[in-house]
Ligand binder design. Sequence first.
Ligand code: DGY
Length: 322
Amino acid sequence: MSDKPKILVTRRHLAATEDRLTADYDATLNTDDHIMEADEIVAAADDMDALLICVTEPMDAATIERLPDSVRTVLTLSVGLDHIDTGAAKARGIAVLNTPDAVTNPTAEVGMLLLLGAARRAAEGAAMMRAGEWTSWSPRQMIGKEITGSELGIFGMGRIGQTVAARARAFDMTIRYHNRTRLSFEQEKSASYYTSVEGLLPSSPFLMICAPSTPETQGFLNAERIALLPDGAIVVNIARGELIDDDALVDALRSGKVAAAGLDVFNGEPNDIHPAYLELPNVFMTPHIGSGAERSRAAMGDMLLDGLDLLLAGELVPNRVV
Ligand code: DGY
């Protein structure tokens, strides 16, 4: 019998992460990468010391309540914690570790990709070419919006929001933001702080949503707030689908109130996305790939396993949430 820590791994991971899992731990891998429902996870967690989960495995209070006593740690390959009831984990004395920092740069990159792709109509252009419909160059063809020198409103100015701001400054964008708390002078780097989202939106011809999904932020971009945006605004979401009222955004994309959206995250992803997003030409979409870059994904795995090692050694863990 192995005396290595036992860990249940609910999804397939990069080879580097799986190599470390199998070398350093008594790991049970999900070799066919099927989505494990709560019942299966609870049964497979029997005798496990830790679970390595993803955003695809909700750990609500009821599931956490059913976990065997052996499970002392839940590692989530995400910075987002909206799929975990951390209060319930804390109540059972289960540590939760996530992956801040490791996801910051790649997620900000996808933010810029979506901002540019939506503003310059990348989805429409690619679709036109693939359909063989590009017949001639024309002065009126595919006229988009230039981000250079424009204003970018950022809702949520944590690590990712601040990194988006840094990348956008390279395009001479003026940064405005709303955040629960104002950043320090050094962190702000001349960005203008708005104490309310209602104040931010009218000054945001480009809007990037970077805030975590919490009861306070869910449904943030609704019809009333969309009405506050300048006409023809561009909206980007790299946070969570729950922050957007889909019906309201779809209406605005149809009317032109919102000229285009760049979306990496969706309500009901992946199988129950608002059907209009799949049809509207002014939606530039990616399938929740914010942190999906090789170096960062490997760093996410290492951050969790380094944290587990520290925890097992009785040390302080920088990425421990509860
Ligand atoms: C995150 O880190 O929260 C990303 O959305 C991937 O899960």
